[in-house]
Design a protein around this ligand. Structure first.
Ligand SMILES: Cc1cc2nc3c(=O)[nH]c(=O)nc-3n(C[C@H](O)[C@H](O)[C@H](O)COP(=O)(O)OP(=O)(O)OC[C@H]3O[C@@H](n4cnc5c(N)ncnc54)[C@H](O)[C@@H]3O)c2cc1C
Length: 370
């Protein structure tokens, strides 16, 4: 008999969503988090966009869980009074070549069941008179949500259902037992062990390390994560009203492209770019030296922005399953039964749209464990 029924490693938005869901039926659940508070890593360093589900490969987990999660997030926001806004979004093409790409994005979105509208230049400029455009996609279901309030909501649900969040508690070893797992945890230098029947790995940037601790060969399994930093720049207040919704470019390289977003303080920001890291030393400074390149990317969408109108703001780091230049990979969410790890669920490569998908990911994990 294990000490605990279910343990979740990681208290980001995904771990907390899974904890809230599983606590409905599985009773007391423990969440282990190495930091002093929940949600201090990727879940609080992102665009806070409720993605509609436009770009992801039809049939993929990203497409399915994003579309489901989007609707669940709006419903949760209404029910629990979580700060959110269905602010809507435009993807703007800036030349005829991009118009072709725009059409293929539009059809991809329709395949995912996302309501979208193609707009010509005149219709686009009626919505956003200051942007550079020859035509656009209008997405009425895209919005934004306070990631902190969403995490608070998951946390309180899980707490009300008898859950425990153990902070400053890092998982440093995992051993498979005949039934369940023995975990070694490090709490500010003190090591101890306990056993858990079921284990969910929602460790974000460290999820591949946790999978390796459980004995999985992460290279053979395709579980190694690569890290892509995304930086943001904020626009001076005098130019913050130049757009009134999210405005994205047609993606050129990796990522969705540096786009316009409005934060909860009413500031206009642009980001995130994509900068693959050489190692896993996670560092969040936004380099001033990026200013000129950033301003140039912004002017693709909003020509009125000068280099001196922007200042370095925040950054976040994505856990990706593909190396720089390779095609995007889907989320990995797997019950590792076939690897001899009954009751162990891995979540890897939970980059965007992980925030949007979080409630749907939680239901998916529950289905894998039932
Ligand atoms: C720049 C950027 C922009 C993004 N924009 C959006 C967006 O607009 N919309 C959207 O839907 N998604 C977006 N995303 C993606 C989204 O932020 C992530 O998918 C989501 O936050 C991942 O949550 P998580 O819980 O998996 O990871 P995290 O938030 O990183 O949480 C993992 C937790 O595990 C803990 N942990 C790790 N190892 C251990 C251990 N050994 N022991 C104990 N605890 C451990 C960590 O401390 C951390 O708190 C963006 C991501 C980035 C980087």
């Amino acid at each position: 008999m294990s000490d605990v029924g279910t343990t979740i490693i990681g208290a980001g938005v995904v771990g907390l969503a899974v904890a809230a869901k599983l606590s409905e039926t599985r009773g007391a659940i423990i969440v282990l988090e190495k930091n002093e508070k929940y949600g201090l890593e990727t879940s609080s360093r992102n665009s806070e966009v409720i993605h509609a589900g436009i770009y992801y490969k039809p049939g993929s987990l990203k497409a399915k869980l994003c579309v489901e999660g989007r609707d669940e997030i709006y419903a949760l926001c209404r029910k629990h009074n979580i700060a959110h806004k269905q602010i809507t979004k435009l993807i703007t093409a800036t030349d005829t070549e991009e118009l072709k790409k725009l059409e293929s994005i539009y059809h991809n979105g329709l395949k995912n069941g996302v309501p979208l509208e193609l707009m010509d230049r005149a219709a686009t400029l009626k919505l956003e008179p200051n942007i550079n455009t020859v035509g656009s996609i209008y997405s009425p279901l895209t919005g934004n949500v306070s990631a902190h309030e969403l995490m608070d909501c998951f946390y309180h649900t899980f707490l009300e259902n008898g859950g425990t969040l153990q902070l400053r508690c890092e998982v440093v070893a995992i051993e498979k037992l005949g039934s369940g797992y023995r975990m070694t945890i490090n709490e500010e230098g003190r090591q101890s062990t306990f056993t858990s029947e079921t284990l969910v790995n929602a460790a974000g940037l460290y999820a591949d390390k946790i999978a390796a601790l459980a004995g999985i060969d992460i290279d053979q399994a395709g579980y190694r994560q690569f890290f892509a930093k995304g930086s943001y720049f904020a626009v001076v207040p005098s130019k913050a009203k130049l757009v009134s919704r999210l405005v994205y470019p047609v993606p050129r390289d990796e990522g969705l492209g540096v786009h316009a977003l409005l934060d909860w303080a009413g500031r206009l920001k642009f980001g995130p770019d994509v900068e693959y890291l050489q190692d896993s030393k996670f560092e969040y400074t936004v380099e001033e030296s990026k200013r000129a390149v950033f301003a140039q990317s912004i002017r693709r969408i909003l020509p009125a922005i000068n280099d001196e109108d922007i200042t370095p703001d925040m950054s976040g780091i994505r856990a990706k399953l593909q190396r720089k230049g390779d095609p995007p990979k889907d989320f990995i969410i797997a019950h590792e039964r076939e690897k001899g790890l009954e009751g162990f669920v891995n979540l890897l490569g939970i980059d965007s749209p992980g925030l949007t998908s979080s409630p749907a990911i939680a239901r998916y994990v529950e289905s894998l464990l039932s």
